[in-house]
Design a protein around this ligand. Structure first.
Ligand code: GTP
Length: 382
């Protein structure tokens, strides 16, 4: 599946860079074109992979290239003011190659948080292809303004994107690691997950037994403004040399392969989610298992798919494989669509309402709309 990638803000730009790097290193073909949008000139200059011609500085008159300072109303305003420039840059992406747009941003800051919903709305107005958002949630210890920004932005982006895939920075922090120190690793993790999922829909050699095509990814994400989570796990494979030191083979029998596939899928779905949630709270799922062809047990993939059907309680579980010649790992990506509840979302909403109450002491306003963001007292972004 090929995406038109639109990165907004600092984190968005760095994640786009990581995805483009993944694409190059893996020899994949998953990004039809990439545009980076920011209010901070230095962040745009720091990008390595996004074509310099496709970097758009917005809000020049207002913030003079210095960023939105975690003010997401300002981020939304400048994106609205400069929407023509953003659209012109995106228009260059060949839409005949695009299966969907992916707007990537952190929801806790100013530019990405405010700009991403504006850009999703504009893309949806113009293009027929689905528009998905990838939103990064702030860590708990980042403070009230990040939480409030994220909650308001999420409420708004969920309304304006066909589906929003969430990545919780907290869920992927390693113990003892500072948040900023881990960004590079976390961004590579996001890129690997997206890379495996999107590549699965592309034609390849060796040919998969059961191809996962773009429409299956789109059907799993849905087009009705839901939230999605993406699980991932991998397991090393034991290899042995051929008799005369020739081509390496996987040292496994069929039963081992089946068990390894099901165990890896379970780990991806139960412990490796970008937004941790209970499986019974999702409406749809898709599993992609990748690795050397001899390790991709068809039976294992079917068992894993059936297990997901039982665990989610939904018959809408799709599955397929993605063979890779030069790897000694088996990996599984599990996409969960229509996530109806997640502990981090409830926590974020409660913390944001609390933070907003403090803000409301200064300016009183409260109005809400439907969906999982039906939290009393929480303002939408626009
Ligand atoms: N995963 C990840 N999160 C990041 C990264 N950089 C910043 N963040 C998180 O993103 C949020 C801040 O968003 P940024 O993208 O830095 O801000 P921005 O959208 O550029 O907005 P302004 O700087 O206010 O103009 C915080 O929650 C950070 O923890 C990154 O490289 N990777």
């Amino acid at each position: 599946m090929k995406v038109g990638l639109v990165a907004v803000g600092q984190a968005g730009g760095k994640i786009a860079d990581a995805l483009l790097r993944y694409e190059r290193n893996a020899g994949a073909d998953i990004v039809a074109g990439a545009v980076a949008v920011n209010t901070a000139r230095a962040d745009l200059l720091g990008l390595r992979e996004v074509d310099p011609e496709r970097r758009v500085l917005i809000g020049g008159d207002r913030v003079k290239g210095h960023g939105a300072g975690a003010d997401n109303e300002l981020g939304a305003e400048v994106a609205r003011d400069d929407v023509d420039e953003i659209r012109d840059a995106i228009d260059v992406i060949p839409t005949s190659d695009v299966d969907a747009f992916l707007v990537v941003a952190a929801l806790g800051g100013g530019t990405g948080s405010g700009g991403a919903p504006v850009i999703c709305r504009e893309l949806r107005r113009i293009y027929e292809e689905p528009v998905y958002a990838l939103g990064v949630l702030p860590a708990r210890d980042e403070g009230g303004i990040y939480t409030l920004n994220a909650a308001r932005s999420l409420k708004t982006v969920v309304e304006h994107a066909d589906a929003t895939l969430l990545f919780d920075n907290d869920a992927h922090r390693e113990s003892g690691e500072s948040l900023a120190g881990g960004y590079g690793r976390v961004n590579d993790e996001i890129a690997r997950r997206l890379g495996v999922l999107l590549s699965a829909g592309e034609a390849r050699d060796p040919t998969p037994e059961k191809v996962v095509d773009a429409s299956e990814i789109i059907n799993t994400l849905g087009r009705s403004g839901g939230v999605a989570s993406l699980g991932y796990a991998s397991a090393p494979l034991e290899r042995k040399r051929g008799l005369f030191g020739g081509r390496k083979q996987i040292a496994e029998d069929a039963l081992e392969s089946t068990t390894r596939v099901t165990a890896t899928v379970r780990r991806a779905a139960l412990g490796g989610l970008t937004l941790p949630c209970e499986l019974q709270d999702v409406e749809r799922a898709l599993v992609v298992v990748s690795g050397p062809p001899e390790a991709l047990s068809r039976e294992g993939i079917e068992d894993a798919r059936r297990w997901l059907e039982t665990a989610t309680g939904t018959p809408e579980v799709r599955g397929g494989d993605y063979p890779l010649r030069d790897t000694d790992h088996l990996s599984a990506a599990v996409l969960l669509g229509g996530v109806a509840a997640a502990p981090r979302l409830a926590e974020l909403r409660a913390a944001a309402v609390e933070a907003q109450r403090n803000v409301a002491a200064i300016a009183e306003r409260a109005e809400l709309s439907a969906g999982i963001w039906d939290a009393e007292g929480l303002d939408p972004l626009f």
